[in-house]
Design a protein around this ligand. Sequence first.
Ligand SMILES: Nc1ncnc2c1ncn2[C@@H]1O[C@H](COP(=O)(O)OP(=O)(O)OP(=O)(O)O)[C@@H](O)[C@H]1O
Length: 290
Amino acid sequence: MIQITNLHFAYGKRRVLYDGLTLRLSPGSIYGLLGPNGAGKSTLFRLMAGLLFPKQGAIQVAGHDPAKRRPAFLQDIFLLPEEVYTPAMRIREYVTLNAPFYPRFDYRQFAGYLAEFGLTEDERLNEISYGQKKKVLIGFGLATNTAVLLMDEPTNGLDIPSKAQFRRLVAGAADENRIVVISTHQVRDLETLIDPVIILTEGHQVIQAPMEVISERLWFGLVPRLEDVQGTIFYSERAIGGYAVVARPDAVRLRQAMSRVDLEWLFNAVQAHPDYMHTLFSDTKTLTHA
Ligand SMILES: Nc1ncnc2c1ncn2[C@@H]1O[C@H](COP(=O)(O)OP(=O)(O)OP(=O)(O)O)[C@@H](O)[C@H]1O
């Protein structure tokens, strides 16, 4: 469990990033953390990992106060940063040096990921591409089997087939004891993987909701004309044959048309109507998907 209660944070005297953030994340889910540039996604990860400290409020991660950085906490959390830096050594040496920090590290599992990504342990981390380095660290992070796995923009730098591999490997490594949180701008990369979603807005609002609830409370679809929607449209964009729309389900005459959550449209709708969306999902912060 990750429990964030009334978190306040700012870098020095700069703009306040969190002004009373409260969130609860439960094991058994792959959370998607979305937000505009500068909203504070990476900062939230650093706070969860104990690399930054709250100005006020409390963070509990798997029963630990991250700020204390106790060994029992550090061996149960892995943070894959957005920008990865790797030392000039072979993958094998990297694993020999770093895996012992994680008591549940599974060497065979890691070897399987490397093989999936078409890499071998003999390769030198300073002689492979950025995307390949990222794959090594994604595999390493999954193989740590920590209770908490935080991944900041993991699909940046991955080619299209690797994104599908990534989804498959993460889905396979997630289990009922693990909390996985993935931040991303590439929502289409992860649409089928993440549930629930957490969306940060510029105005410090936070929406947290399971996909199932989102699809019950909002309608996503294509309409030939905007006049086909009676009532509030939260987001629309021109599309082939009409308009892509996020609206209230009861506002759409064409309700029989299938509605499937589109995370990119949802993201835009939340940024455009943060207060309304916050109210619409105010009761879902502690819900997890079935
Ligand atoms: N070390 C730092 N010192 C001062 N300000 C910082 C520092 N790191 C980040 N910031 C500021 O804090 C804000 C949030 O940054 P953060 O990297 O957490 O955002 P983000 O949501 O991850 O952004 P992006 O989507 O662009 O990666 C930004 O305005 C950034 O300029």
